[in-house]
Design a protein. Structure first.
Lengths: 229, 90
């Protein structure tokens, strides 16, 4: 499978996601600079974590208006799957591929730790190798991960089964007051209506190798092999 | 017919971007608490926003305002969570 990883000035998780795609999704990966006017032929697009444009104005705001994003939007319309991680999730909400937005963390601290997530749906190409309600461990590292959307959006995300992950306690219970960043409904990741665009704040690419301390993220990359080989 | 070109100064535009009232503002809350702590018990609520000052090359103030409005909708404000107000300084 051919994958593109978009690189903005300030992206810093691009090489990690490229590595995960090569190792576990058997992908040929092309790093695509944000200034490119068009993407090559690809089966998959990843928008990595980092601090694109220093988070100036709003996290992901300026990156979402980069030249290459016009091509990314076209590919999304054509059904090409897109995975946005952390800053990538912020970019996806800013360019309208996903609803809602990511606000400053409730406690105003940059939170950098391993969290437990509950898989809310396995009905997507990214999460199909999990079972619903599986608990997985992945790291988060962000200052603006507080997911916010209006009540109508939250209602449609819920009724359409488009919440992908919730932050949860070690016993699996979801407690919004105890989430790491204050996200509404403890939302850690969501899917587009097409279910082919996933945005998530945790870093699955940093939970693939034993040295990461968790390999729970690997299943998201291996799942892509069968779908997109 | 002779056309007289007047050198018009660009118009100065001030934009205030504020969080919608329904959106939680933890930064505003912390500022409120700090003010209380340093001796201002009379402080009520604090909401923090953004201020931008632009110069726009448009002839008429109403065109500059229309342009500024488009800029807000397209980039400067995230209309999911923010409101904006525009002031043209002539």
């Amino acid at each position: 499978m051919k994958a593109a990883v978009i690189v903005f000035p300030g992206s810093n998780c691009d090489r990690d996601v490229a590595s995960a795609l090569r190792k576990y999704a058997s992908a040929q990966v092309k790093m695509v600079w944000h200034g490119e006017s068009a993407l090559p032929e690809v089966d998959f697009i990843a928008i990595p974590g980092g601090f694109a444009y220093g988070d100036y104005l709003r996290a992901g705001a300026i990156a979402a208006r980069s030249p290459v994003m016009e091509s990314v939007l076209k590919k999304a319309s054509a059904g090409i799957p897109i995975l946005g991680i952390c800053n990538g999730f912020q970019v996806l909400t800013e360019c309208g591929l996903l609803p809602g937005t990511l606000l400053r963390n409730r406690d105003l601290k940059f939170v950098c730790k391993t969290v437990t997530l509950k898989v809310a749906t396995s009905d997507s190409i990214f999460t199909r190798d999990f079972d619903r309600n599986n608990m997985v461990s992945m790291p988060i590292a962000h200052n603006d991960g507080n997911y916010y959307a209006n009540p109508e959006t939250l209602e449609s995300l819920t009724s359409e089964n488009r919440i992908a992950f919730h932050y949860c306690m070690k016993d699996g219970s979801v407690n919004d007051d105890k989430s790491p960043n204050g996200s509404q409904m403890s939302i850690a990741g969501i899917l587009s209506k097409s279910r082919r665009v996933l945005g998530m704040m945790p870093h699955p690419e940093r939970a693939t190798d034993l040295e990461h301390g968790s390999t729970d993220g690997k299943a998201m990359f291996t799942a892509l092999v069968n779908e997109l080989a | 017919m002779a056309l007289i070109q007047l050198n018009r100064k660009p118009l100065k535009v001030r934009i205030h971007i504020t969080l919608k009232p329904s959106v939680l503002d933890p930064q505003g809350k912390v500022i409120e608490q700090s003010l209380k702590r340093i001796g201002f018990p009379q402080i009520g609520q604090v909401r923090q926003g953004k201020f931008l000052e632009l110069t726009i090359n448009e002839k008429e103030p109403k065109d500059a305002e229309a342009t500024a409005r488009l800029m807000c909708e397209k980039l400067l404000a995230n209309t999911v969570i923010e409101d904006y107000s525009i002031e043209i300084i002539t």
